[in-house]
Design a protein around this ligand. Structure first.
Ligand code: FAD
Ligand code: MLT
Ligand code: ZN
Length: 460
């Protein structure tokens, strides 16, 4: 393949330096398969620019050659959007952002920071914390997921009901368009109504409109004391009622995560550990609160006050104890992956219908794939449930359809936080309707007339 595309590869080498153009199959491999192993494709090269200028030059080269550009950050995305794919009938270049790693000092007067797109969430969190701040978004893939990828997917995560998703943290950004031009708005002006807010448009655009290279982000005060409670409950109804109750009575509620006993059992089997309670319970709600002083007694009182909703509860104020409880929730993703190639669907429904959805979706899955195994977990106060199915072959989309159709019927969305990617392109119009999709396509045509940016993602 390298010889066939020699001119393209030479021009890319001139743009970013030959050492940053990977063509060997072994070196490309990690960039060509997604985190779930459900999707795979082949790239002509993986290009890893170190500067915005180098990236813009590489984009111009691809645009001139009619090559498809697949932006990639940490490759932790769960909808197949960050790797090459068969539908793109032209040479594909993976544009890796991981070498754009610049971190500016925290602007303490503005409570903001500017970072390059390839900085991982974990690095940003540590950087912010050193100045007494926290970043408003957190998620389990924090050590690999990049700020650029999180903006592109408008990642939500475990603190979204308190601080909002990525879009809500974005004050401004720098991005390179398909023609190599650079849009940049980074002065850190929270109030800035001069024209369209391009940062908001690019949040959730999944690499189809521009490549994000830098972002100006809001920070929140870091409250150093934390307490976590794992509460055993009778089912999703009880978990939702308890989460709502705690949200009202605990203004510092930071996370409220739901999972079920089959998921807990799976985590213990794959990640090790002991059952936290003497007996199994149908469902569990994990909550975290933060504060300037120890919030454990207040959380204990709030859980106690919930009365009959609580079957059993464990509290932890120390770091090791909190981590022991959190791993029961956070290790779900890798434990499901260890069972086979999963079908991962990420829906949200109005919170009043979440318990009914959790019940009905199991039936809908059993109706089309009786031998499949289903694991549910999610961010309960966002109405966001992750539906994971193991068993059906990776390319059989029947079960995906049953799960997504039910979410739409219940007034929900087919993508709460992971995006559409290639996984759900067939469902965009069913969810958003023809007028919305026509407006989105018009934006896409205006910014990327030749369709070189992430073809096959978002639109069929
Ligand atoms: P990638 O996977 O590399 O890319 C994702 C998409 O963004 C692709 O379409 C890609 O083309 C595009 N893209 C990447 N970088 C850029 C850029 N600089 N400019 C333009 N487009 C770009 N997600 C949540 O929302 N909430 C969670 O709680 C959560 N938990 C997770 C836990 C685990 C264990 C794992 C594996 C994943 C989890 N995710 C979660 C999904 C994933 O981490 C997020 O989607 C994350 O935002 C992806 O970041 P990334 O850098 O890995 O992006
Ligand atoms: C989570 O909340 O754990 C993530 O979104 C990843 C997943 O859905 O497995
Ligand atoms: Zn999630």
């Amino acid at each position: 393949m390298a010889r066939e595309h020699a001119a393209l590869l030479d021009a890319l080498s001139s743009a970013v330096g030959p050492a940053q153009v990977l063509t060997d199959a072994d070196l490309r491999a990690g960039y060509e398969t997604d985190w779930t192993r459900r999707w795979h494709g082949e790239a002509v090269a993986v290009v890893r620019p170190e500067t915005t200028e180098g990236l813009a030059a590489a984009l111009l080269v691809c645009s001139g050659a009619g090559a498809a550009v697949i932006p990639q950050g940490g490759n932790t995305g769960l909808v197949g959007g960050s790797i090459p794919r068969a539908v793109a009938k032209r040479p594909q270049v993976v544009l890796s952002l991981t070498r754009l790693r610049d971190l500016e000092p925290v602007d303490t007067a503005a409570s903001e920071v500017t970072v390059a797109a390839g900085v991982t969430l974990g690095t940003l969190q540590a950087h912010a914390r050193a100045s007494g701040y926290a970043f408003g978004v957190d998620l389990g893939a924090r050590d690999s997921a990049t700020i650029g990828g999180m903006i592109a997917t408008n990642a939500g995560g475990i603190h979204a009901f308190r601080h909002g998703p990525m879009r809500a943290q974005l004050v401004g950004l720098e991005a390179v368009l398909a023609d190599g031009s650079v849009v940049r708005r980074l002065p850190g002006l929270l109030k800035d109504n001069t024209g369209y807010h391009l940062a908001s448009l690019l949040a959730g655009s999944e690499g189809t409109l521009a490549v994000v290279t830098r972002a100006r982000l809001r920070l929140v005060p870091y409250l150093p004391r934390r307490a976590v409670a794992l509460v055993a409950v009778g089912g999703a109804d009880e978990a939702i009622a308890l989460a709502g109750d705690l949200r009202r009575r605990q203004p510092n509620l930071l996370a409220a995560e739901l999972f079920f006993d089959d998921g807990m059992e799976l985590v213990l089997r794959h990640a090790g550990g002991q059952r936290p309670f003497g007996e199994a319970h149908p469902a569990y709600l994990l909550v975290e609160v933060d504060g300037a002083s120890d919030p454990t007694p207040e959380l204990a009182a709030a859980v106690e006050a919930a009365g009959a909703l609580v079957r059993d509860a464990l509290l932890a104020g120390d770091e090791a104890g909190r981590e022991r409880l959190w791993r029961l929730r956070e290790r779900h993703t890798e434990s499901v992956n260890a069972e086979g190639v999963p079908h991962k669907l990420d829906v949200a429904v109005p919170i009043g219908r979440l318990a009914a959805y959790a019940r009905d979706v199991r039936e809908a899955i059993a109706g089309v794939a009786p031998a499949a195994r289903t694991f549910l977990y999610g961010h309960v106060l966002d109405g966001n449930l992750h539906v994971n199915v193991v068993g059906p072959p990776p390319d059989d989309e029947t079960v995906d359809g049953a799960i997504l159709r039910l979410a739409i019927e219940m007034g929900g969305t087919v993508s709460a936080e992971h995006g559409i990617g290639v996984a759900k392109v067939g469902w965009l119009e069913a969810d958003r309707g023809p007028a919305d999709v026509a407006a989105m396509r018009a934006i896409k045509r205006a910014l990327d007339p030749d369709g070189i940016l992430n073809p096959g993602v978002l639109f069929p």
